[in-house]
Ligand binder design. Structure first.
Ligand code: PDD
Length: 289
């Protein structure tokens, strides 16, 4: 039986109740994180907690817990749910208060965390890769905040699914920002390129790890914008996220990427990523690259 955490208590999910006046429910006024755990160890926890703290700061909500408390709570949650490979969801909202756009005074934030088994990657990933479509980035101008208000991301992702693709890759002012729930990389002339951080994309924890692994292993990297045309003509295209790791994109808008198969740098990076995960599984989460 799964256990969730809500405002200081571990509970069965059906007993975890939030008032309907919660500002997360009414306004989408909150932020979240998704953190994978491998072999019961939370992966890149420090980086996820730093991003959570940053998101909270950007929406002017004090972090309700210390880093030590977050760490203990989330490790406890993973252990209570049987360890192994899990996906941990953490959400903090501005709490329950009479509906008013202005911040409530003295309202306690709502703190919720749950975990579920991590879904395995598609078995045929290395043979076929995945398809994406490109769409206009219709989101707001603070995509760097991991906000729970995801309506545009949901609409964009659904359009991709409806078109038989797995993700929508987004274009703003002629350049690629990111996916609806992933960061985007291209390989161009042996260089791994991903857009620089800024207000129009989420600073992905997986993105940063891949850049670190690339640097440590002599793969040239560039943090720079690129156009939809550059995406279409890239040698390789990847999507990255905590739950899907590195997905090789083999079709963009129904056209093949490169030779239409996952590329050699994806294979190399995937091997480095799996080796890093294995170290985490064996030794705990703080592994130096
Ligand atoms: N999403 N960009 C967006 C818009 C995202 O929602 C995500 C992750 C990423 C990748 O970030 P990271 O590598 O830190 O997971 C980029 C999560 C997994 C989700 O919403 O489920």
């Amino acid at each position: 039986m799964a256990t969730v955490y809500l405002n200081g208590e571990f509970l069965p999910p059906e007993q975890a109740r939030v008032p309907v006046s919660d500002r997360g429910f009414v306004f989408g006024d909150g932020v979240y994180e998704v953190i994978p755990a491998y072999g019961g160890h939370l992966f890149r926890l420090e980086q996820h907690l730093a991003r959570l703290r940053r998101s909270l700061g950007e929406i002017r909500l004090a972090d309700p817990l210390s880093a030590t408390h977050w760490r203990a709570l989330l490790q406890d949650l993973v252990a209570r749910n049987g360890g192994g490979d899990q996906s941990v969801y953490v959400q903090v909202t501005r709490g329950a208060a009479p509906r008013d756009h202005a911040f409530p005074k003295e309202t306690q934030p709502t703190v919720y965390a749950a975990s579920s088994p991590l879904k395995p990657l598609p078995a045929d990933l290395a043979q076929h890769g995945v398809a994406v479509i490109t769409l206009d980035d219709i989101r707001w101008q603070r995509c760097d905040i991991k906000a729970i208000a995801l309506l545009s991301n949901i609409l964009l992702r659904q359009r991709a699914i409806d078109a038989g693709a797995v993700e929508a890759v987004l274009i703003r002012d002629g350049v690629i920002t990111e996916g609806a729930a992933s960061n985007v990389f291209i390989v161009r002339g042996g260089v791994l390129v991903t857009p620089a951080k800024g207000p129009f994309l989420l600073p992905g924890v997986t993105r940063d790890l891949i850049l670190e692994l690339a640097v440590a292993n002599g793969v040239p990297i560039e943090e720079a914008s690129f156009t939809a045309g550059a995406l279409r003509h890239a040698d390789e295209v990847w999507l990255t996220s905590s739950t899907r790791e590195i997905l090789p994109v083999t079709r963009v808008d129904q056209q093949p990427v490169g030779e239409g198969k996952p590329g050699p740098l994806w294979q190399r990076m995937m091997a480095l990523y799996q080796a890093y995960k294995q170290q985490v599984r064996e030794r705990g989460e703080d592994v130096a690259i």
